[in-house]
Ligand binder design. Structure first.
Ligand code: CTP
Length: 403
């Protein structure tokens, strides 16, 4: 999955012959799963039609502050567009537009949006070789990079003028991989290894029966996805779960019992930077596992239960560089119970779920959590989707790691 999947991209198109390549670029962004809106400078419409770009981007193309031909014209708010965008890509970026960007000129919608944008800006210059070599262009490019904008360098080759040299806009595939690599390099958990446990465990009674619980694994899987989206390499140890995950950075290890989860967690823990134990591990298992199916000939059956190993507590004992996060599911005296669990299991952070909160807990798409750190700072969150809860948890972890 591409790092731009689900992201909002504004593609700014300016008036150069390479504008036709913007059509391919829109297609690549869309194929990678991004949402795309196109802003064109008025003159760029001589090179490529708004109809082509709106069809490919699945969104209306903007080029003026309002559309005079519409009966009830609407103001194309550059501030709203800028807020919407996660990334702003200007390709092709002509010498004229680059000069205006470098100097804060704001005489069209694209430039007004650029000036309002707080997101990362990429630009792909496209011009004739002498314009590209001109001292004023060079100075503008340096100035734009000093603003934190990233240049996707022009390539050498035959130019539309027939001249050979530098100035040709990078190919759409090159632009996409430049942006993807840049985003990946800047991710906050890049180079970090994250261990997650998720789902229930099943403790066998006989070949067909087990002790289990209603955990779906959703929260743990959302945490795994979020860690990978933040650039981490993830080991996801999952008990039996219907959840699915497909991400190049996530390695899924399937286990069934608490003992298997314990072994797997210990196998990977040494090299881990952050471990989050979100699994609902069975606390008890059958003392003996019958090798044949137990028959119902008796009127009652007593199963002796013994405790499973506490994975979180044992990792807490071995902890060195690892930032260790546990979950607490409580029904009463929640904060005190969670704090004592944090201390007892030697954790850096505990995620408290209260079963008294509506929308929290097993099998739901939502959760309501309170985070308690080692210093016993308490942060309460509202009812949110499990995806958002995963983001909140990682924001807190990243803050703590960098504190
Ligand atoms: N946990 C674990 N291994 C176990 C049991 C729990 O790793 N055998 C982890 C869970 O993944 C979770 C946390 O410990 O992160 C939850 O602990 P919990 O089971 O709620 O509390 P306990 O410490 O077992 O205490 P109590 O049952 O008294 O609430």
């Amino acid at each position: 999955m591409s790092v731009i999947s689900g992201k909002n991209i504004i593609l700014g198109v300016t008036a150069g012959i390479a504008a036709y390549k913007a059509t391919y670029l829109v297609r690549l962004f869309i194929k990678a799963g991004a949402n795309v809106k196109v802003i064109m400078t008025p003159a760029s419409k001589d090179f490529v039609t708004p109809l082509t770009l709106s069809t490919l981007s699945k969104n209306p193309v903007h080029s003026t502050f309002y559309d005079k031909e519409e009966e009830n014209e609407l103001w194309n708010n550059h501030v709203d567009l800028a807020i919407w965008a996660d990334y702003f890509v200007i390709a092709p970026a002509t010498a004229n537009t680059l000069s205006k960007m470098a100097n804060g000129t704001c005489d069209n919608l694209l430039l007004a949006t650029y000036l309002s944008a707080k997101c990362k800006v990429y630009f792909a210059p496209a011009m004739d070789l002498d314009m590209y070599k001109h001292q004023s262009t060079k100075e503008n490019l340096v100035k734009l990079e000093s603003f934190g904008n990233s240049m996707i360098p022009a390539e050498s080759g035959e130019l539309a003028s027939g001249l050979m040299g530098e100035g040709r806009m990078a190919e759409p595939e090159t632009i996409l991989s430049f942006i993807e690599n840049d985003i990946i390099t800047g991710l906050p958990l890049r180079g970090k290894k994250v261990l997650l446990t998720a789902g229930p465990t099943y403790e066998a009674i006989d070949p067909v029966r087990f002790i289990g619980n209603h955990s779906s694994g959703k929260m743990g899987f959302e945490l795994a996805k979020e860690a990978a989206n933040l650039g981490a390499e993830v080991i996801l140890i999952s008990g039996p779960s219907n959840e699915e995950v497909d991400h190049a950075l996530i390695q899924r290890v399937d286990v069934i019992s608490a003992e298997e989860m314990y072994q797997a967690a210990h196998q990977y823990f040494k090299d881990i930077d952050i471990a989050i134990l979100a699994a609902a591990v069975a606390d008890f298992k059958s003392a003996t596992v019958a090798s044949q199916k137990i028959k119902k000939k008796e009127a009652s059956l007593t199963i002796e239960l013994t405790k499973t190993k506490d994975i979180l507590a044992s990792l807490g004992e071995q902890k060195q560089q690892q930032f260790l996060v546990g979950f607490a599911l409580e029904t009463n005296n929640e904060l005190e119970n969670a704090k004592s669990k944090l201390r007892r299991k030697n954790l850096d952070l505990i995620v408290l779920n209260s079963l008294r909160d509506k929308g929290a807990g097993f099998k739901k798409a939502t959760n309501k959590v309170t985070l308690i750190d080692k210093q016993e700072n308490i942060t309460e969150f509202g009812l949110k989707s499990k995806t958002e809860v995963a983001q909140d948890i990682f924001n807190e972890i990243i803050k703590s790691i960098h504190a």
